[in-house]
Structures are given as structure tokens and as C-alpha cells.
Design a protein around this ligand. Structure first.
Ligand code: ARG
Ligand code: ZN
Length: 893
């Protein structure tokens, strides 16, 4: 925060707390302008560490009084600390009274108001904005909470745990008293006081216990909570079935709020959700929204064990809960998808997100290990590395010890650590100890380098076949790129799932030299040296290797395969992920070739024919086809160029991708027309993978058809798209048709956008889509950029609501490279203005926007100098938050 001194917090400086807070009784007299907080804590000295003063955290609070054992005590305030030197040795009671101002809290951290209600967000360090406390995750207390508020305005009063008592008070106020029996760190505290209604469901779990599930939302949103409730029930069932982890509370509540800094928060028994991650109806939400809601509801629910029952010792261990919980929600989504093809689609989507979000982070100014070793502002480290690369690390444990071994490791982890605040090392030890002699246990220390070394490892694979001896030698080499503050890294443990394909595409049996017989046709090689060779024997003919199946490690792979070999994998690989990957590699090679040659991209007949074959394939899943026909993300292409030492010209990349896009639209015109007609969903809307796949492919086809038509000046397909836009019975198809028109800059896009806004202006989440669609629209002659600037003046636009800010500003700056990176630098100037404006309102969201410039360093000229200048302009402002300052200083370092 602005008035705190920015200090670098380091993992190596961790010391256990000098005091424990065992229980806390909190009471709130809720008032938007001035809320009175009373906190009564039972405190115990930690005998294991040297004595010292009691230092409590507090920010933006007005302190009214401090009592120890009922007597006033001397204290001082220094920065964001309240320091008491004379605390007694024996257990004591500390009572504090303070006020805070929820309606002024635009940072949305701590206690704030939204839509006329009170809500909290305490992770990571928001609790100290409510009252003075030992606001660190290794201090776990039992909470009893009394809420008092105006009954008419705030009829619903919620906090963690079980409801003990409610009643009326004078002056139209009422109260509710809650008790949470589970000791928890302050970041898991929550309260809600608002005018809400709830969907309720009683369930009986396998263990035979009854539970009440509730989803609280504003009046009018109740019919949009069915999907969230279903997802919650499915999550409860899944965690019990897969990991033997039951729901431990009689009552589990989920609350939606429309002003929220992230997706959702796993507060014990009282999860608070961004409405965008909770509310869905066929009319207002897309298939992607339904899928996202299912996975976030699951994620927060799964945190109840991986995060809450076992939590983090300190914030450097964040991936202990986040990486593990993302892994669990990914596994859940795959199990929900059920069909093997739908599981592969889930995996492809997760890998796409990793590559376009995490790979650039791991190569840029903010690169940090899965367990960072220092930070200024912890909110800046809720990153793709901690979450998504962290999940890949957890997935590698499972790959190394097997599914049953992983489940045994989880069991041991909970046996050892239930109720504790622990470290990533504790998790690793449980996994290894539960699987003695395994591929993990025998190289645990080396494996743990994944937590310590930043950067995406690069793996080069080269094979050579010897016809005479019928052997195939596969040589794998790894290189670990330097990252800020880290050079000369040690080899990492990289599981490479693989198979070999014979001449006509059949899977070959795999027998390594020294083995008595072949062991199936797929196996996991463990690369742990900088270079290692694996010799396969009894290989009848030169094979094509299929490596890193299912994306078995988060690395950049160079397998040196030829087009012919990739085409063969695209057709025949038994691993659906690698089939998709082969198609992506073919596309990538063409795009990168054109960018590097500085020439216009011209797709060859072989590639187009391969794409046609995928599109027309008789057995492939429509969802898979849609992904296979989607070109690689521009951010990922940029990373490929940067990794090969080339500077990045976002306009050249975009031009090549656009050319490929247009040529696929033109060359496959008839195939797209067929695909559109052949994948219409009959019957009512269901957000199932089957229906979603059909819609994904038909909407992709429609956008290709409209693109082709607007370029060739024909009107049939734009007309059909407009009709479909008007008549669609669900948001996926409506938005699909609208974006086909908008991205092709068809004339009909203008009336369609107007109509859409008029129709949905009372649905904030749909208005967000309206802004986002325009912010992400394909750039032509600066039109998109100009439109976005104009939209910042739209009456519905505001930076105060994070969803709205993201919908327009982030869409442009983060997801629309061609509109953002302009040779006149206007995109960067716009970015700097928005970062500064946002920073005065909400540092966390501003910090995230600041991250857009992470990779300025690899940009080609004139972008590079212009970007640096814009960053320097932000850096020159004295009033920056710690959040933005840390990002900006790292960028300039
Ligand atoms: N723990 C939350 C989750 O489930 C996210 C909290 C993010 N907090 C923050 N300050 N960015 O992922
Ligand atoms: Zn999480």
C-alpha cells in the first residue's frame, strides 16, 4: 500500500511467530461509512522461539483501544504495525477496538461494500484491513463472530462455520452469531451482510452424513444458480470418491458478488465468488462460462482439504495449495467430461492456457519459481506459474508414482498434516514416503528443483535408427534458460511419456536395451541428466517417435520431426493430445517461417489437405476438430520466436496468423459450409461436452464463412449470421454469430452490436461480454483501438468494477496484440494511463494490468523503445502502489 514502506520479503528469512492466537471473538457493528470492530483474542507465547514484542498487522484502520487482560497497555504504531512490548509471558487476553470504512475500500481487499451489501476478501493480507492481527497463514485460530447490522438493508448475515444464534436489536438492527470449529488462518475468514436469496439443497454423503448446501445471490439471479449447485454437488461426490475426502461441515455456503478481484475464494464454509464464476443460464452464459463455473466451484470446494484443512506455512508455499488444487480441478473436469475424447479436449485447453499464459511469464521480467524466493507484494504472485505450472508439477508426481501411488501420497499427506500449516517440502516428502523405491522417491531432491528453478526447460530430442541391429536410439537433451537472478541451473527431472509408431502408423512394442521383453507400447522415460540416450531394441523399421504424450512435462520440446512425420502423427497417433500437437506444429512452422523470412504467408496444399482431413474426419470429436483447426495463440508464437533468439514483431505475427486464417477460410470454404450444417444441435440447450463441441465447431465454421464472404463481397453468410444472432436460443450461438460479424468487420456488425447491448443492458455479465468482444476484435486499420478508446467513455464503462475493467482494457492490452502494439505507441500510452487510473482505485487489478509489459524486452523496434518509454513514464510517478511498483521495477531491471 501507498503508505507502507516497500520491503522485499524473503523465504530464507522465515521465522515462526513469537505468539499464537488460539481463539478470537470478533464482533462487527456494520455501517458502510464506519464499521466498528471488536476483537478479543486468547494469545499464547510460542515457547519454541526467542521472546520478543507482539507485533500485529493493521492497515487503513482507526485504532480505538487496546487492553491486555482487561487493562490498558502501552503500545506504539509503526507503519503498518501495532507493537506491544510488555505482553505477559503467560497466556493472556488481548482486546482491540477499531473502525474501518468499507464504502471507501475500492481496493476490494478486506471489508468492502458492493451492490449495497458487505463482503470480505482476506487472502492474502486483507484481514489486517479489518482489524489488527497476526495476519499470517501459520497462525491458526478458532473464530466466533457476531454481526450486527440494519435488518431491512442486510437481512442475511453470514460468517464461517455454524450459526449459533440470531435475534433482533434496537433501531431496526439485528444480529447473528457464528462459530467455526476448525482453527484457521485469518486469510480464510469471511463475512457477508446483504439482501440475498439462496438456492438450497440437502445432500447425504457416502459417509452417511447430512449437509446443507446453499448458493446465495441477489434477488433475480436465483434461476442462474442451478449449474453452480449441480457443480458443487458433483464436486462433493468426486472428492469423496477419488480421494476419500468428505465434506466436513454441516453447512456449506457459496455467495456471489459482482465486485471481486479474482474468480473466487475458498473461505472456510463460506466461499465467495465473483458472479462471473457463479451465475449461468443458457440465455446469458456461453458453454465456456458453464465450463469455467464448474471448474471454479470445484476448485474452491477442493480447497476445503487442500488449502484449508492443510494450509500454507507462509505465502512462498502458495503453490502447495494452488498448484495442487488446480491439478485436482483439472482432474475433476476430465472425469466429468468422461469420454476419452472429451478428456483430451480438457487437457488440450489446459495446455493452451499454460503455453499462452505461463510460458511468457516464465521467460519474462516476472519469471519466478513455483515457490518464489522473494516478493514485495504477495498479490503479485497469484500467477500462472504458481497456479498452472504448479499444477503441472503435481501432475508429474502422479506421472512418476502412478494414479494409485498418488492417492496413497495424498492419504499420507493428510494423515501427517491435517490441521497444520506446512510447506511444499512436506507434500513432496509425503508423496515420496508413500511410494518408496518409486521413480519419484529415488530422485526426490532433483525433482524438487521444479520448485526452485524458474524458466521453461527446453528439451531437444533426436532419434537414430540402425537397420542392421534393429535398434532405435533416442537422445534427449535439456537446457535450462537463465531467468532474472538465476543462472547455471541444474538438470531437472522431466518425465517424457512416449510411444513409437511404425511405418503405417501402428503402435510399436517398446523394449529398452537390457529388458527381457517389450513392456507395452507407451511408457515414461525419465530425463534427469543434461543429456541421456535411450536405446530401444527389436525395432523392425525406422519409427516415428511420439514424445511428451499428454504434455507430460511443462517444457518446450524440439523433436526435429519432418512435415511427413508430423502429418503421420496427426493421422495416427494413439495419443489425442499429440495428434492435436502435430497439427499445431505444422501450423507453427509455417507461421514462424513466414515471420522470420519477412514474407507473406502462403499455406501449402499438403497442410490445407491435412486440415481438411481433420475437419471431414468421420470419427474425430467435433470439439477436438475445433481445437485442431484453431491456430496457435499469438502469445505462444511470440515465445517460440523469443526462445530461438529472435525479436518479436507482434504485427508480423498477427499478419501471418491472419493470412493463415483467411487462407483456411477460403480453401476450405465448402468444408466449412458442410461443417456448419452438420453440427447444428437439435433439442434443448445442455452445457454438455457433446453439445458444446458441436456448437464450437459450427460457430468456428460460421466465422470462417463470414470472413470469406466479407472478403469476397458476398452477403449470404453475413445475412445468415445476423439471422442466427437474432434467433439464437442460447448465448453461445448468439455470441458466436455476433463475433463472426464483428471479427470480419461485416457491415451487419454495427446493428448487431447495438441490438445486443439494448437487449442485455440489464445483465452486467453480458454487458462485460459486449465490451470484451469489441476489445478483442480483430484489428483492421486501427479501428478496434479507436473503438476501445471511445468505449472508455461509454456510460456503462467504469474502472471501479474489476470485471468491467478487464472486459475492455485487459481485452485490448492483454489479448489483442495487433490492436495494442502500434507503431505510433498509442497503445502503450493508453496502457500507462489506464494503469495509473486503476492504481488509484484498485492496486491488485492495476498490478495485473501492469504485467502486460513483462515481455517488452524481446519486442522488435520501434515497439521496444516505445514500450520502455511508457514503462518509464509509469515508474516516474511517486504515488504508485507496491503492487504496480514491483511489476514496473522488475520490468525495468
Ligand atoms: N485462493 C483463491 C483461489 O482459489 C484466490 C485468491 C487470490 N487472492 C489474491 N489476492 N489475488 O484461487
Ligand atoms: Zn485456489
Amino acid at each position: 500500500m501507498r503508505d507502507g514502506t516497500p520491503t522485499l520479503i524473503r523465504l530464507e528469512d522465515y521465522v515462526a511467530p513469537i505468539y499464537w492466537i488460539r481463539t478470537v471473538e470478533l464482533s462487527f457493528d456494520l455501517d458502510p461509512a464506519k464499521t466498528l470492530v471488536t476483537s478479543k483474542m486468547q494469545i499464547q507465547r510460542n515457547a519454541a522461539v526467542p521472546h520478543g514484542p507482539l507485533r500485529l498487522h493493521g492497515e487503513e484502520l482507526t485504532l480505538l483501544r487496546v487492553l491486555i487482560n482487561g487493562e490498558s497497555v502501552s503500545f506504539r504504531q509503526e507503519g503498518h504495525e501495532l507493537i506491544i512490548e510488555g505482553a505477559p509471558d503467560a497466556d493472556f487476553t488481548l482486546e482491540i477496538r477499531n473502525t474501518c470504512a468499507p464504502e471507501k475500500n475500492t481496493a476490494l481487499s478486506g471489508l468492502y461494500t458492493s451492490g449495497g451489501g458487505f463482503f470480505t476478501q482476506c487472502e492474502a493480507e486483507g484481514f489486517r484491513r479489518i482489524t489488527y492481527f497476526l495476519d499470517r497463514p501459520d497462525v491458526m485460530a478458532v473464530y466466533t463472530v457476531t454481526l450486527r447490522a440494519d435488518q431491512a438493508k442486510y437481512p442475511v448475515l453470514l460468517s464461517n462455520g455454524n450459526l449459533l444464534e440470531t435475534g433482533e436489536l434496537d433501531n431496526g438492527r439485528h444480529f447473528a452469531k457464528w462459530h467455526d470449529p476448525f482453527p484457521k488462518p485469518s486469510y480464510l475468514f469471511a463475512l457477508v451482510a446483504a439482501d440475498l436469496v439462496s438456492r438450497e439443497q440437502r445432500i447425504r454423503t457416502r459417509a452417511g452424513k447430512d449437509h446443507l448446501l446453499q448458493v446465495y445471490v441477489r434477488r433475480g439471479d436465483l434461476e442462474k444458480t442451478e449449474h453452480a449447485m449441480n457443480s458443487l454437488i458433483a464436486s462433493v461426490v468426486w472428492d469423496e470418491a477419488r480421494f476419500g475426502l468428505p465434506l466436513d461441515l454441516e453447512r456449506f455456503m457459496v455467495v456471489g458478488v459482482s465486485d471481486f478481484n479474482m474468480g473466487a475464494m475458498e473461505n472456510k464454509g463460506l466461499n465467495i465468488f465473483n458472479t462471473s464464476a457463479l451465475l449461468a443460464s443458457a440465455a446469458t452464459a456461453t458453454d465456456a462460462d458453464f465450463h469455467r463455473i464448474e471448474s471454479i466451484v470445484a476448485h474452491e470446494y477442493f480447497h476445503n482439504w487442500t488449502g484449508n484443512r492443510v494450509t500454507c506455512r507462509d505465502w512462498f508455499q502458495l503453490s502447495l495449495k494452488e498448484g495442487l488444487t488446480v491439478f485436482r480441478d483439472q482432474e475433476f473436469s476430465q472425469d466429468m467430461a468422461a469420454a476419452p475424447s472429451a478428456r483430451a479436449v480438457c487437457r488440450i485447453q489446459d495446455v493452451r492456457a499454460l503455453r499462452s499464459g505461463q510460458f511468457p511469464e516464465d521467460a519474462g521480467a516476472m519469471a519466478h519459481p513455483v515457490r518464489p524466493d522473494s516478493y514485495v507484494e504477495i498479490n503479485n504472485f497469484y500467477t500462472a506459474t504458481v497456479y498452472n505450472k504448479g499444477a503441472e508439477v503435481v501432475r508429474m508426481y502422479q506421472t512418476l508414482v502412478g494414479r494409485a501411488g498418488f492417492e496413497a501420497g495424498m492419504k499420507l499427506y493428510f494423515e501427517r498434516h491435517d490441521g497444520q500449516a506446512v510447506t511444499c517440502d512436506d507434500f513432496a516428502a509425503a508423496m515420496a514416503d508413500a511410494n518408496p523405491g518409486s521413480a519419484l522417491a529415488t530422485r526426490l531432491e532433483a525433482f524438487k528443483r521444479w520448485y526452485v528453478q524458474a524458466g521453461t526447460p527446453r528439451v531437444q530430442a533426436r532419434g537414430s535408427y540402425d537397420a542392421e541391429t534393429q535398434t532405435y536410439t533416442l537422445t534427449l537433451r535439456q537446457t535450462l534458460p537463465d531467468t532474472p537472478g538465476q543462472t547455471h541451473k541444474q538438470a531437472q527431472v522431466i518425465p517424457v511419456a512416449m510411444g513409437l509408431l511404425g511405418a503405417d502408423g501402428q503402435a510399436l512394442p517398446l523394449q529398452l536395451q537390457g529388458e527381457a521383453a517389450a513392456q507395452g507400447s507407451e511408457r515414461v522415460l525419465v530425463l534427469e541428466q543434461l543429456e541421456q540416450s535411450f536405446v530401444f531394441v527389436n525395432v523392425a523399421s525406422a519409427p516415428v517417435p511420439s514424445l511428451l504424450r499428454g504434455f507430460s512435462a511443462p517444457v518446450l520440446l524440439d523433436d526435429g520431426l519432418s512435415d511427413t512425420e508430423l502429418l503421420m502423427l496427426l493421422q495416427h497417433d494413439a495419443d489425442a493430445f499429440n495428434r492435436w500437437e502435430a497439427g499445431q506444429r505444422l501450423a507453427l512452422a509455417r507461421i514462424i517461417g513466414a515471420v522470420r523470412a519477412g514474407a507473406a504467408l502462403q499455406l501449402d496444399a499438403a497442410f490445407i489437405q491435412a486440415m481438411r482431413a481433420v475437419l471431414r474426419h468421420a470419427e474425430l470429436d467435433p470439439a477436438f476438430k475445433a481445437l485442431a483447426l484453431t491456430l496457435p495463440d499469438e502469445a505462444y508464437i511470440a515465445e517460440q520466436l523469443a526462445a530461438a533468439g529472435h525479436s518479436v514483431d507482434p504485427q508480423a505475427i498477427h499478419a501471418a496468423v491472419e493470412a493463415a486464417h483467411i487462407q483456411l477460410a477460403d480453401a476450405l470454404h465448402e468444408d466449412w459450409a458442410w461443417a456448419f450444417d452438420a453440427h447444428q444441435v437439435r433439442g434443448g440447450y445442455q452445457p454438455t461436452p457433446q453439445q458444446a463441441g458441436q456448437r464450437a465447431l459450427s460457430n468456428q465454421a460460421l466465422s470462417m464463412l463470414v470472413l470469406h464472404a466479407t472478403r469476397s463481397g458476398t452477403t449470404v453468410w453475413p445475412g445468415r449470421a445476423y439471422q442466427r444472432f437474432k434467433d439464437a436460443s442460447n448465448m453461445t450461438d448468439r455470441l458466436g454469430a455476433l463475433s463472426a460479424l464483428v471479427n470480419a468487420h461485416a457491415e451487419l456488425a454495427v446493428p448487431a452490436l447495438e441490438r445486443f447491448h439494448a437487449q442485455f443492458r440489464h445483465e452486467p455479465l453480458v454487458v462485460d461480454k459486449w465490451f470484451a468482444l469489441q476489445g478483442r476484435a480483430a484489428e483492421v486499420d486501427g479501428k478496434t483501438f479507436a473503438r476501445v478508446k471511445q468505449l472508455t467513455q461509454h456510460p456503462d464503462f467504469t474502472l471501479k468494477n474489476p470485471n468491467r475493467a478487464r472486459s475492455l482494457i485487459f481485452s485490448l492490452c492483454m489479448f489483442n496484440p495487433a490492436a495494442f502494439h502500434r507503431s505510433d505507441a498509442a497503445g502503450y500510452v493508453f496502457w500507462a494511463e489506464q494503469v495509473l487510473q486503476l492504481d488509484a482505485i484498485n492496486p491488485q487489478v492495476a498490478g495485473r494490468l501492469a504485467r502486460v509489459m513483462d515481455r517488452w524486452n524481446v519486442l522488435a523496434q520501434p515497439y521496444r523503445d516505445a514500450a520502455r518509454e511508457a514503462i518509464a513514464r509509469v515508474a516516474a510517478k511517486p504515488e504508485l502502489s507496491n503492487d504496480v511498483r514491483e511489476i514496473i521495477e522488475r520490468a525495468l531491471a
